[in-house]
Write a protein that binds this ligand. Structure first.
Ligand SMILES: CC(C)(COP(=O)(O)OP(=O)(O)OC[C@H]1O[C@@H](n2cnc3c(N)ncnc32)[C@H](O)[C@@H]1OP(=O)(O)O)[C@@H](O)C(=O)NCCC(=O)NCCS
Length: 158
């Protein structure tokens, strides 16, 4: 398929300081999304560098262009370390609906299976359908979680 992620995109661990990240952050801000601004602020302030057990920040590259970002953190809204959280997911508008969001989040899910019993996220309304398509369950009545995936059956080690 043209634009298929396995021919077009390369996922790598990301440091959100590269010029390509700054360009994507600006695009997201102009669209009214703040997840990459918050990511840059918490990185530069030293509050979140994705260094705790299981954590990772991924960038999806299309040539020299950064086309998407997705992070995995220990969920700070829950006690202990059993909950992972999908964070800072953003795909450039030019690259949407070609499987890149799925590629990023499935990479995070695969990693999360080794470290967490559940995976949470708080999605904007317009992304609900995307998460549900990927197998997340909608969550009602929790302030910090709109969608959750249970991973416990696949959890390995402590
Ligand atoms: C939400 C977002 C990450 C989706 O990325 P994407 O690359 O367009 O998604 P994909 O092409 O990988 O889509 C995966 C599946 O979800 C479906 N899908 C994608 N966006 C959808 C939407 N808004 N509503 C319903 N289904 C959607 C696709 O049809 C596809 O289904 P399929 O694989 O069964 O054919 C992207 O639109 C985005 O960055 N939006 C702005 C920021 C945002 O909302 N981020 C989420 C913050 S938690």
């Amino acid at each position: 398929m043209a634009g298929s992620p396995d021919v077009g995109y390369v996922l790598k661990r990301l440091r959100p300081t590269a010029p390509a990240f700054v360009a994507l952050k600006e695009e997201s801000r102009l669209e009214g999304y703040w997840m990459l601004v918050r990511l840059a602020d918490s990185w530069s302030g030293g509050r979140n560098k994705f260094l705790k057990r299981g954590e990772a920040l991924f960038g999806a590259w299309h040539g020299r262009e950064l086309a998407g970002v997705c992070g995995l953190n220990i969920d700070p809204y829950f006690e202990g370390r059993g909950h992972g959280r999908v964070r800072h997911l953003f795909v450039s508008a030019r690259h949407r609906r070609s499987g890149l969001g799925r590629m990023l989040v499935e990479t995070v899910i695969d990693r999360a299976r080794h470290h967490f019993a559940v995976l949470n996220t708080r999605a904007p309304q317009e992304a609900f359908g995307f998460y549900e398509r990927l197998g997340f369950q909608p969550v009602v009545g929790e302030e910090f979680v709109t969608h959750r995936m249970m991973l416990s059956q696949d959890r390995k080690g402590g």
